[in-house]
Each structure stands twice: as C-alpha cells, then as structure tokens.
Write a protein that binds this ligand. Structure first.
Ligand code: GLN
Ligand code: ZN
Length: 762
C-alpha cells in the first residue's frame, strides 16, 4: 500500500487567524494564553483538514509562531546574548524579541532583531541563526513535544518535522569573526539525538528531517559531513525520512540515496528527471517519497500524468512508496473553498493546500485500489479539468501567440549602441553631472490607502479618487521641485503593489480573495495568478504620468514593473514555460513603454526588483535563466527611440556572478541598492567595465534614520573610485513608500546637497 503523507501545512490559517492573533498579541490586546489557544485551535483544525482529505501521516512541528528556523534556534538554545533575559527560561517573548527586536524598556536594553532572508528560491523569509565560534547547543524549548502530545491526544498519527542539522547550520551565519560553521556539527548532533529520543519516548515512529540543501551545489566538506552526521544519528531511535525539495539532487543523488536513514523524499515537480534514476540508487530497504503535487503553485494536478510515474514506482517499490506534495504546503494558499467570488471555471482549475492533500490521497488510492469509485470519479474530473484548460479561449489567445511568433531578434535590440544613445540622451535631457532622482514611490500615507480602499469598495467615486490621487501627485511634484531633484517621479500613490497594480490591468491575470501565503512572521502576500496568455488591453499608467508631467517643466520619469518581476511575484502558469510567460509580459509592457514615449515622456524606468532572486538554486541552470530573463527585459525596453532613456532598478543584489547579464539588459541607467554595502557592490561593475550609467543608492530606505550630506558625499566619492563620475547618478536605495514624509524630505535635502557638493568639486 502506498502511503499518503504531508511535509507541512500552512500555519497562517484560512482567515489568517494566526496573523491576527500575533498582531493583537504584539499590540497588547491578546495575552499569551489567548495566543496559545489560537495556535492550538489552528493546529487542531489543520490536522483535521488534512486527515479528512485522506492524509495518513500528519506533520507536526510545521507550525511556528513566527518562522520554523527561528523555532529551531530557540529549541537548540541558539539565542544570541542580546536576547537573554536574566534568569528566565527562553519562551515566546524571547522568540518574538529575536524576530522583531527588543525595545529599550525591556529588561535587557535594546536588541536588534535577527536578520531575515529568503528561504531558498521562495518568497518565504526565515530568521538567520547567529552562531559564535564557541556556540553551545542545548535543548531549550519544549514546544515540539507539547505539540506532539497535543496531536496524539486528538488521536492523530503524527510525523514530527525537523530541519536537518546540516541545513540548519548552512542557513545560519557566523558572528564575532569568521569560522567554519561545520565545526559546530559535532556539538549540535547530541541535541538532535536528545530530540529523537524524546520523540521515541512519546511513541513516535517516523521523523521527517528536512535537508533541502541537498538540492544545492554543496562544497565537498558539506557533502562529507552528511555521511558523518547521519552515521551518528542512525544510532538514535525512530525511523527517519530525509526530505529534499525545490530542485533536483543531481550530483548529490547518490549521497542522499545512500544516507543511513529509512526514507528519502524527492521533488518530482521541480525535477521530474530524478525519476526513474533514483530507483537505481535507492537501497532496497528504503522508503521513497515522491513529491508529485506542486506545493509551490495553485493549479490542480494532472492525475493521469502523475500516475504514469507513480504506477511504475509502485510496481517497483510497493509499500515502500509514499506520496506527498513536492514540498511543504507552507507555500500554498490554504483552502480553495474559502474563495467565494471566483467563477466556477477558474475555481475548477485550482487546488490550494487542503485540495492538494486530497490530491495526494487520491493518487495513493489510485495505486492501492484503482477500481474504487472515488478514484474513478477523481480521474474523470481531473481529465475534464485538463481538457477544459487545454481548450479554453480564456487561456489560449491566438492574437498573443501570433505576436509572440512574430518576434524577431531586432525587437530586443535598441536601435543604436549605448555610446550613441547616451550622446543623444544627454543632448536632449540636459542633466547636470551627478543627476538626482528617486526610485519611484513616495510615502504611502494612511490617507492614500483609505482613498484606495474606499474607491475599491465603491464608496468613493472614480472622479473623486482620481482627484485625490492628482492631489498626491501635485504634492509629490511640488516637493521634488522644491528639493531641486533633476528627474522627478509621480510617486506611485495609485499603486497598491508594484506587481498587482499592473496585473489588475492586464488581460490573462486573475485574483483570489483569500489566497494568502506567509511571507514572514505575520506578513502574508496574495500573489496574482497568471491564468492565460497575457496582453494589455489599454494603457495602464499614461494618464497618471501625463498628469504628473503637466505639473512640472522638469523631467518626469515614467514608472513600470518589468516582465521578470511580474512573473516571479505571481503564481505562474504550469502549462507553458516561464520563459514564454516572460515574453508575453514583455510585449504587454512594451506597449506601455511605447505609449509613454508617445505621450512625450523622455525617461522611463522599468523595475526589475526580483531579477536576481529568480536565479535557479543550481548554478548549472543560471545561464538559461539569465538568457531569457535579460532578453525579456530587452524585448520590453527596446521599442523606443535612441533618445528615450530607459532606466531599470534592482533591489539589494550581489551582482558578481550575473554582471554580464545585467549588462546584456542594456538599460541606459541602472539604479541599485548599495548603501549598506558601502558601495562594495560596485566592484562587480568595475571589474566588468560595465559601460552604462549607474545610480548606486546613497542611503538606506529601510530605516527612518536621516543620513547627513557628508555621509552621502563620502559614499559617492567611494562610488567614483569604481565607476567614472560622469556615469554616476544620485538616488536612494529603493522606493520610499514605507517612509514618512518628514524623514523623506530631510534625507532628500541632504542627498541633493551631496550631489551639488560633488558637482562643485568636478
Ligand atoms: N518603483 C518601485 C518603488 O519605488 C520600486 C520598488 C522596489 O524596487 N521594490 O516603490
Ligand atoms: Zn528596490
């Protein structure tokens, strides 16, 4: 019998109950007992949902108050000194201090939060463990064992989920001087031993140990450490399933298959080619768990297609075959039945976490009891869904496809090389040296958000809303004029979000009401869905930008989101490649670029904030991604005349390995986040002899701190050591929408003064 299990369930709740409870607790409106009760209720509800869906072995330990890596840090006693509370045992308040920082008035003075960073290639963020060279580990928190007891009391068959020791060490960073994190392994393993013993004493049979780093390019020392670690852990009680996901094991396949544990999970959605290769490497005693239901997207599984692989696997493995989603369902929205406004056709194409559990169970049933009526019904339904998607006029649009087919190489090439363009642009734009600009957004005030909500709710008329936004634009323009900025922006007041704003206006996108996915802590995102071929039915930004340009005789920059970022921050289609979707987006945005140009806009910025984070986990796949991603950008940007200046913007990025592709995008100006790196990020541009203009951010927009002019002058002087001064722009690190007006104005006054000082020194 093949077994249906799950690697993890979203913890946030189908109505974001956890978010609401956490925020109420932080505001002092919900006490700890109340918060604990919400957690208990959510866990109970989620186990029940999974069990009702037919999952036989339920994850426990996938719940986290803020983040699962942070849970492990607390459990292992990896609590930096600054969060120690005198004498007190670490608890929930310690955990929240580590996540959010502790303020001045707590017992131990101010302590800044731990760093947040992206969980592999997802949009989930974890709290980076901080290790010291003399790091000690000790079992310090009982949450896991309590949850196990809680689930057992409810009668569930549970499989605790742990992040494996190597992945945990890999994800952390060294504090107080560099050292090799691997040296901590021997000290860390006894804690895992203790946990496994405690779980066994609770009657636990299987434990899932997540080692997703097995899907990365690993240094040899780390590979070796895997064998060492699991040779030690195999002596501990309990059967162990190593879970890998997000990419293929590739060169680590033999290593992963051979580890002395009882089972291995692999992701066949991201890396289908791992099957059947894995069968030849898997020892005969081992369970193989196949992830065939996509945990990272919202589309229903093609059951027939999944069964092709599963039948073969079942024939070879019998009851040693387990089925699961490809990865934890943490990355999926919770429950499709919560959606009350989707049309029935679209609804029939989708599966969220609850529905994905059902798919896993049905696939197991299809192997164990192929003739069962529920299996037959599910297969019939799955075929109908696939047929409806394959034929739907809502998905397949001949006009878009014809346009795509007609793309020529010339379409993604500016008319003249940069050297020619920049002369024409300089003559036309008449900018001073060290031109100043901003990245696009100005403070999104409460008034702006209220106006947008009222407009969406229908309580504010379109005319009144437009007027309110025009007021904001005039305000932003007049401040920029007073500040003496050279290239102005309209301020993006009308935008809720840099992707959603455009997605809502493109044909081919759809939106859910409750499709929330946790991003970090209590924060969730609700990505738009790319459903069908994409096109732009009408201009999206032209009226706003034209209005803004009408308010000033200075240059007004048009502001767009680029194709790669649109794609990466949406749920993409699974029936055509990401590359094709990026091209469709590129053509749609290209139309907007050309409309802006026709409206007299001379500078157009196309943001690619997500460009670098789209890099595949394995370096061997980078070139392929970079080639289509930079081509999509060029396709979107290259329709304009030489004298129209194209800007792009990227958030904090390590550019070293990708500089060639950044250059291949051929933006006339790139603005990047650099202030926190002390301009070190420019070294990559210098080494590569990056030819185009660059605006390295001169101040950090994440903090309300207002840097003084001298500081920015110093950063610019430093920048000028890497990039010729005549190619430098002066701007903040990123958009200012999260800042208040007072600090924004104060910082920009200093920034303009810094640019003037540098001009005077030329
Ligand atoms: N233009 C956008 C803004 O200013 C860019 C945001 C981003 O890079 N994340 O808000
Ligand atoms: Zn940015």
């Amino acid at each position: 019998m093949a077994l249906a299990h799950n690697l993890g369930f979203p913890r946030i709740g189908r109505d974001r109950e956890l978010k609401k409870a956490l925020e109420a607790h932080w505001k002092g409106e919900l006490d700890e007992a109340g918060l604990l009760r919400v957690g208990r209720e959510l866990r109970a509800a989620h186990w029940q949902l999974q069990q009702d869906a037919g999952i036989e072995l339920l994850p426990v330990g996938d719940f986290a108050w803020y983040d699962q890596v942070l849970t492990h840090s607390l459990t292992f006693g990896v609590i930096p000194q600054r969060f120690h509370r005198h004498g007190a045992k670490p608890g929930l308040d310690t955990l929240f201090d580590m996540a959010r920082g502790a303020s001045q008035n707590s017992c131990c003075g101010a302590a800044h939060a731990q760093e947040l960073t992206k969980w592999f290639d997802s949009n989930y963020h974890y709290l980076v463990p901080e290790f010291t060279a003399d790091q000690q580990f000790a079992l310090s928190w009982e949450q896991l064992f309590e949850e196990v007891a809680e689930g057992q009391a409810l009668g569930h068959n549970l499989k605790p989920v742990l992040i494996g020791p190597l992945t945990y060490l890999w994800l952390g960073k060294c504090k107080g001087g560099e050292f090799d994190r691997l040296e901590l392994l021997e000290r860390l393993l006894p804690v895992y031993g203790e946990i496994l013993q405690r779980l066994a004493a609770q009657g636990i049979d299987w434990v899932q140990i997540d080692e997703p780093i097995l899907a990365l390019d690993l240094p040899q020392a780390w590979k070796n450490a895997f064998e060492r670690a699991y040779n030690i852990l195999q002596r501990e009680p309990g059967r162990k399933l190593i879970a890998t996901y997000f990419a293929g094991l590739e060169d680590n396949l033999g290593l992963a298959a051979g580890l002395p544990v009882d089972g291995l999970h692999i992701d066949l959605v991201r890396a289908p080619e791992q099957f059947p290769a894995i069968l030849d490497r898997l020892p005969a005693y081992k369970v193989l768990s196949l992830g065939v239901v996509n945990g990272r997207n919202v589309w229903r599984t093609d059951l027939d297609k999944a069964l092709e692989v599963l039948r073969e696997a079942h024939g070879r493995l019998g009851s040693r075959l387990w089925l699961a989603p490809s990865c934890s369902l943490l990355h999926s929205p919770v429950d499709l039945t919560r959606e009350d406004r989707l049309d029935s056709e679209l609804q029939s194409w989708l599966a969220f976490a609850v529905q994905k559990c059902r798919e896993v169970a049905v696939l197991a049933a299809a192997l164990n009891d192929p003739q069962a009526a529920e299996v037959q019904a599910a297969l019939t339904e799955s075929r109908a869904v696939q047929a409806s998607r394959a034929a739907s006029a809502r998905i397949h649009k001949p006009a878009v496809q014809a346009r795509l087919a007609a793309i020529t190489a010339a379409d993604s090439q500016r008319q003249s090389p940069f050297a020619t363009r920049i002369e024409l642009q300089r003559a036309r734009l008449q900018l001073p040296p060290f031109p100043t600009t901003t990245i696009g957004s100005f403070p999104q005030t409460a008034a702006i958000r209220q106006a947008r909500q009222a407009f969406k709710a229908g309580t504010l008329s379109a005319a009144a809303y437009t007027e309110a936004m025009h007021d904001e634009i005039r305000h932003a323009v007049s401040i920029q004029e007073q500040l003496g900025l050279d290239v102005l922006v309209h301020g993006e007041a009308e935008r809720n979000d840099m992707v959603e704003y455009f997605a809502e206006q493109l044909d081919g996108y759809a939106f859910t009401r409750f499709g929330w996915v946790q991003s970090y802590g209590s924060r969730c995102v609700k990505p738009a869905l790319i459903v069908g071929d994409l096109s732009r039915p009408h201009a999206m930004t032209v009226d706003w930008i034209r209005y803004a340009q009408g308010c000033t005789s200075k240059l007004m920059k048009g502001m767009l989101t680029g194709p790669v970022t649109m794609l990466l921050w949406s749920f993409p289609r699974d029936d055509i490649s990401r590359e094709q979707q990026a091209r469709q987006l590129a053509l749609a945005i290209r139309d907007e670029v050309l409309d802006l140009e026709r409206a007299g806009i001379k500078v157009i910025q196309i943001d690619e904030a997500a460009f670098r984070e789209g890099l595949p986990l394995r370096q061997a796949h980078w070139q392929d991604y970079l080639a289509w991603a930079s081509e999509a950008f060029r396709l979107c940007a290259s329709g304009v005349r030489d004298e129209t200046q194209i800007h792009t913007h990227m958030c904090y990025s390590e550019f070293n390995e990708v500089i060639e592709s950044i250059a291949a995008m051929d933006a006339d100006v790139i603005t990047i986040e650099t202030s926190r790196s002390d301009m070190q990020l420019l070294e990559a541009f210098e080494r590569f002899d990056y030819p185009n203009e660059i605006g390295p951010g001169v101040y950090d927009i994440h903090s309300p701190r207002v840097p003084d002019t001298g500081e920015m002058v110093r950063l610019l002087q430093r920048a000028a050591r890497h990039v010729p001064a005549e190619r430098l722009w002066v701007n903040p690190d990123c958009g200012l929408k999260t800042r208040g007006w007072a600090e924004t104005e104060a910082a920009l006054v200093n920034m303009v003064a810094a640019a003037r000082q540098l001009r005077a020194e030329l």
